[in-house]
Design a binder for this molecule. Structure first.
Ligand SMILES: [Fe+2]
Ligand SMILES: [Fe+2]
Length: 196
């Protein structure tokens, strides 16, 4: 049977991969639109922006804050400044997403030059989020592995498993799962499963 530590870490990494994939697809599809190889599908883009906004904010970050970070703070002081930085970044997310929504709306309205502005905003956001995910995986998780107790990992795995397990999943996690599959189906191949 898989131990709680491996289970928790693999769910956290899998959630990071899903977020990274959606952000990467947004970037790549905008390049295709810019090169006029792809027609802009605004409803798909709004769905992807909703996903990268709501999934971390409602499911992923709260579980890091409430379980992983808070438990690690109880066990060691060594991660405190890193946790402060990561939590500030969690709080900065809504403003970054508001900028993306504004620029996507301007592009949809046909504002001149707005595609380039949207691409720049997405690139800045992608850098920001990749730094965040890398710091969590390369700096925070090793500290957690060194300092958390087996019982901490049981609790953390339990909290994160509720995102991943459809049987115990919350209404939120089912909605995000369905939304992600819908995005993949509508994203043109080879990035997704939709018509190229
Ligand atoms: Fe995070
Ligand atoms: Fe994370």
């Amino acid at each position: 049977m898989i131990d709680s530590k491996s289970k928790a870490i693999s769910i956290i990494r899998a959630e990071h991969r899903v977020l990274g994939a959606v952000i990467n697809n947004i970037k790549t599809m905008l390049l295709e639109v810019q090169a006029q190889r792809m027609k802009m599908d605004f409803s798909l883009f709004w769905a992807m922006v909703y996903y990268i906004d709501a999934f971390p904010d409602r499911l992923h970050h709260p579980k890091e804050d409430d379980w992983l970070f808070s438990r690690l703070k109880q066990r060691t002081q060594l991660a405190n400044s890193l946790i402060d930085t990561l939590q500030r970044q969690h709080l900065d997310e809504p403003a970054a997403l508001a900028a993306i929504r504004r620029d996507l709306g301007n592009f949809e309205a046909g504002v001149p030059g707005s595609l380039a502005v949207l691409q720049a905003t997405i690139a800045t956001y992608a850098d920001f989020i990749w730094k965040h995910l890398r710091a969590e995986e390369n700096e925070l998780l090793p500290l957690a592995e060194a300092h958390l107790l087996a019982s901490d990992w049981d609790d953390i795995a339990h909290a994160f498993a509720q995102n991943a397990d459809p049987l115990v999943g919350s209404a939120d996690s089912e909605i995000f799962d369905a939304l992600f599959h819908d995005i993949v189906k509508r994203t043109p191949a080879p990035l997704g499963l939709g018509a190229a």
